[in-house]
Design a protein around this ligand. Sequence first.
Ligand SMILES: [Fe+2]
Length: 270
Amino acid sequence: MKELNHLLEVIEEIAAGRYSNDVMELTRPEVSEPVRSIAEAMGLMMVKVEAREYRLELLIQELRELNEQIRHNAVGTVSAMAGALAARDQYTEGHAERVGTLAGLIAAEMGLPDDEVELIRVAGRLHDIGKIGFSDRLFLPHDKKNPEDVVREITRHPQTGADILKDLDFLGEALSFIRCHHERPDGRGYPRHLTDPDIPLGAKVIAVADGYDAMTTDRPYQKGKTPEEALDILKKFSGSKWDPACVAAFERALPKALAGPAAITTCGLP
Ligand SMILES: [Fe+2]
């Protein structure tokens, strides 16, 4: 009776998902029948269940890795599109890559969780993908002042970019970062003239990285500014053109950014 009660307790434990080796004690030769046979059958069953669980864990792991690989490839494919864009625009070569890196550094400096930092970095890398639809004349050397129809075409690129990428589910919120990367806290941005708090944080981070890189890069109409000069301008327009918290985080992250690629966390993405 004692053995039977023990067996019942063990079965209840197993039913509750708590596997232990207690059942094996009941398979000893001195244990009376039918408790011993039932315990043996239970022991065999547990071995099979555990083997299946192990196999299941392996499959889940494989699926995770596959999913990561698909995501990695998708970002790589879209980055190749961004590369094609850069090839059309000799003045922005490396811009998307640098903005992605800088945006990631700012986001990390702000203490955001790793997955958000990664999303902001990817969005930064793809932020201007909408320019792929620009007509060739926009990539030709031109004066600083653009004609009205050109301005109209330019202001469409954040929405065009989000539209191009909308089927990449893993981008999630990153689409709104891309759509809003030219919005400004004072409402004078585009395309929707949003104001805080309607501008996503990721978009504000990218705007700072984008502004800094644009200012420090040589253009046909301007010599690139020094990092210090660009930082002064970011701080001057902090609160109107750029988000103050993002500018402050950028100032703290700047030494790391200037230290070069070795200081950059890539979060496992290409
Ligand atoms: Fe842009």
